[in-house]
Design a protein around this ligand. Structure first.
Ligand SMILES: [Zn+2]
Length: 509
């Protein structure tokens, strides 16, 4: 072999995750060396990685990395690999190779065709190959959640943490099921109590808007730890600390109301969902058969399908209002919003006054002026943005991540359609799947982020002016979001307003 012959590297990779063409490494090597021989190239180095996926850049491919370094050092000018798939399935890495090929003239040859990255057609070929490989990767990840889906197809109870109302076996836990049914029944009423009110009822609280028909239950997370401890004890293990009981929160109830299992639908949670929200699988989806019909689970439903769907409708309604500030059309700023300083019940309007019978009777105008002055001062503070980010709970972030995933899927499909990799009907199918999911997720996010319910007041350049110009309903929500207002009785005979008799405590300091 002459000194002037092109120096080439051979890259071999066996990936055990591909059983369809798990080609022996010897066969790859044989093919690659034959290519070198045919072209009169001099193979200066051989790189081989085993059992490493080309798709996951977090997985280490030591030989691949060494090859990149050696190429940068000018040790060879050509790479021979059995298939482009063997080199990389990451579009980003491929673009890197294309860049260096254009700069330095890298020759890249594969056993099933030449991918000359220095020419337009070669680059197009490489990109199409990479796109095809990527869709294959997506099919593979679908295969991996196959066993989970198989379980669901057989209508068996999903593995994992038991939901309120069902034992791990799928059997009904009677006293919890009673609560679940009541939660659904109350929320299915079109003009019924809000999720927050139902949460208060479940926590054993009382109040004007709080339904009294709910049993008082300890928080489910606490029950689960106690049960787990019983199992640990049976195994001779130390018990884990049991969290204190506390009030139920709206997000837990939302998870219950969204769970199709209660209507007897078999469910699955896809892999992406689990990855993005490691703490819990909350977004279970109804499993459907080939005709699009829901697959039934083998467990006893706690609510009827009709009730479950009525609840979803109310949850999805864009005008859904979860807090007390909008539950009925109020005419006055503080009615049902300000609380009586004696009994904690919301005050009602009584003529020109706010009243809690037998406890408090206050001039509406005096109280409202004072409350508004404090709210305006709060809205004018430069740290208002901190208040908004303070409500960004991890759950909201998880929802946002899911929305991003769906959007990225659509974008990718559009890109693949433009590149003529997929057909119009494929693009439509992707859109038809993703868009309703995005709508539902956005509705959930709206319900969780108060600031979105505040008519954008907090996001305006001048929040004070935006607040002053906002309709009464929005003003009430802003007040409710920022502060708790208590009214105390005014000392008799005192003419001037005493600010100490109206307490405005910020909810976020
Ligand atoms: Zn009272």
């Amino acid at each position: 072999m002459s000194e002037t012959s092109i120096r080439a590297a051979v890259y071999l990779r066996i990936s055990l995750d591909r059983n369809m063409d798990g080609l022996a490494i010897d066969r790859q090597r044989e093919d690659c060396l034959r290519i070198a021989q045919d072209r009169g190239w001099q193979v200066v180095e051989e790189y081989a990685d085993q059992s490493k996926s080309a798709t996951d850049k977090s997985k280490v491919r030591p030989a691949y990395n060494k090859m990149v370094a050696d190429y940068d050092a000018g040790r060879f000018a050509a790479i021979i690999c059995w298939d482009l798939d063997r080199l990389t399935r990451q579009p980003r890495q491929l673009e890197d190779w294309i860049d260096v090929a254009q700069e330095n003239g890298l020759l890249l040859v594969t056993a099933n065709g030449e991918a000359d990255l220095t020419t337009d057609s070669g680059r197009l070929f490489a990109r199409v190959k990479a796109a095809v490989a990527r869709s294959e990767v997506e099919r593979k990840s679908a295969r991996q959640s196959r066993s989970q889906v198989q379980r669901a197809e057989q209508g068996r109870a999903p593995k994992g943490v038991r939901p309120l109302g069902y034992a791990t076996s799928g059997d009904v836990v009677e006293h919890e099921a009673v609560a679940v049914h009541e939660i659904f029944r109350l929320f299915a009423i079109g003009d019924g109590p809000s999720i927050a009110s139902i949460a208060r009822g479940l926590s054993g609280q009382e109040g004007q808007d709080v339904p009294s028909s709910l049993p008082h239950l300890p928080k489910h997370s606490r029950t689960l730890v106690i049960e787990r401890n019983a199992r640990r004890e049976a195994e001779g293990l130390e018990p884990r600390p049991v969290p204190n009981d506390g009030p139920w929160v709206s997000s837990t109830l939302l998870g219950i109301l969204r769970n199709p299992r209660y209507a007897g639908y078999s469910v699955y949670t896809d892999r992406l969902d689990r990855k993005e929200n490691k703490r819990r699988t909350w977004h279970a989806q109804i499993l459907r058969d080939g005709d699009g019909e829901p697959v039934g689970g083998q467990w006893t439903p706690i609510v009827t399908e009709d009730m479950w769907w009525r609840v979803q409708e109310r949850l999805n309604a864009p005008e859904r209002i979860t807090n007390k500030t909008g539950s009925t059309a109020r005419k006055h700023l503080g009615a049902g919003l300000y609380l009586c300083g004696v009994c904690e019940k919301p005050v009602r309007t009584h003529g020109q006054r706010y009243r809690c019978e037998g406890h408090v009777m206050r001039s509406r105008k005096q109280v409202d002026d004072w409350v508004l002055s404090i709210i305006r001062a709060r809205l004018g503070r430069p740290d208002l943005r901190d208040v908004i980010s303070a409500v960004d709970e991890p759950r909201v972030q998880a929802i946002t991540a899911q929305i991003d995933t769906h959007r990225a899927k659509i974008k990718r499909a559009q890109h693949d359609y433009d590149a003529e990799i997929i057909e119009g009907r494929d693009l439509k199918r992707v859109r038809d799947q993703a868009n309703p999911a995005i709508d539902a997720l956005e509705a959930e996010r709206r319900s969780l982020t108060a600031s979105a319910d505040l008519g954008g007041v907090l996001d305006m350049p001048d929040p004070v002016a935006a607040f002053d110009g906002a309709p009464l309903m929005i003003q009430r929500r802003v007040i409710d979001f920022l502060a708790t207002v208590h009214l105390y009785s005014h000392p008799r005979g005192k003419k001037t307003f005493d600010p100490h008799t109206v307490s405005v405590v910020p909810k976020h300091s």
